[in-house]
Design a protein around this ligand. Structure first.
Ligand code: NDP
Length: 265
């Protein structure tokens, strides 16, 4: 099934790397105008330059924006409105995980983690809501984590915050449905992106290759499909949930964990 998104506008937070960047590419390939952001201004500009070479006819807006900074996010929303006239699909993807246990997570770290997981959703959702309300195919997709359903002790704050985020997003789905705005999440297990690349680069044992490293992550976690996912695999699920391909789906989650989920349904 091929879907034509020309005339449609997608916004991706955290679109300069990993899963977000893979999603940006999918939307551009389908003909949508795409606005994306990351905090790093130079990285946003560099990524935009590469994308303009790869997709010469595409409509692209790249901004530096920290999703935790309300005024930044408002300015980003206003730039999208001015440049593209509105927003049809909002992908809430910006973020990262925090490796920490109950014992070693400080109060400040708890607050940071909770702020990230809640306000990376709340700030953009509020800022883009007026534009989404004007769209006849409005959708919000959150890049969430299987940790929200299946916590891990070495990611205690992230797991807990993701559980709260899933509840928030579910509540939004119900509240925004009468406005015609669908809200869904993907539940990522482990996807080989910049986060994992950073952890790989920090390894002391430089004899370990990227392939061995990622395979060992999958084996340690017991991923039934025997490997970790690619950014493109997560992006495909985002694409499905953001576009009218899933027009009767809201308040739901799509699992992208290679079978790691132990839940039924
Ligand atoms: P990457 O680290 O590869 O990319 C993260 C992107 O988000 C970058 O563009 C980064 O740019 C941006 N970003 C981070 N913080 C902010 C912020 N406060 N405001 C705006 N942009 C921000 O991450 P992944 O692709 O791996 O992850 C994408 C999402 O999926 C994240 O929310 C992550 O927690 C979630 N996830 C990923 C998993 C995985 O295994 N990869 C597992 C479970 C969930 P910059 O640094 O310039 O701001």
């Amino acid at each position: 099934m091929k879907i034509d998104l020309s005339g449609r506008v997608t916004v991706v937070t955290g679109g300069t790397a990993g899963i977000g960047l893979a999603a940006v590419r999918l939307f551009l390939e389908a003909g949508a105008a795409v606005a994306f952001c990351g905090r790093d201004k130079d990285k946003s500009a560099d990524v935009a330059e590469v994308l303009r070479t790869d997709y010469p006819r595409a409509k692209i807006l790249a901004e530096a924006c920290d999703v935790l900074d309300k005024s930044n996010v408002k300015a980003f929303a206003s730039a999208v409105k001015t440049t593209f006239g509105g927003t049809d699909m909002l992908v809430l993807n910006a973020g990262q995980a925090r490796l920490s246990t109950f014992d070693d997570t400080s109060d400040a770290a708890w607050r940071e983690e909770l702020e990230l997981k809640y306000f990376s959703v709340l700030n953009p959702a509020h800022a883009f809501l007026p534009q989404l309300e004007m769209s006849d195919t409005a959708a919000i997709v959150c890049s969430s984590s299987l940790l929200g359903r299946q916590p891990e002790p070495h990611l205690v704050a992230t797991s807990s915050a993701r559980a709260g985020q899933l509840s928030l997003v579910h509540g939004m789905a119900h509240e925004l449905a009468p406005k015609g705005i669908r809200v869904n999440s993907i539940l990522i297990g482990q996807v080989a992106s910049t986060q994992w690349r950073r952890r790989f680069d920090a390894l002391e044992d430089k004899s370990v290759t990227w392939e061995i490293y990622t395979k060992s992550i999958a084996d340690r976690a017991g991923v039934p499909l025997g490997r970790i996912g690619t950014p493109e695999e997560a992006a495909s699920a985002i694409f499905f949930l953001a576009t009218p391909m899933s027009s009767f789906t809201t308040g739901s989650t799509v699992d992208v964990s290679g079978g790691l989920s132990r839940h039924v349904g």
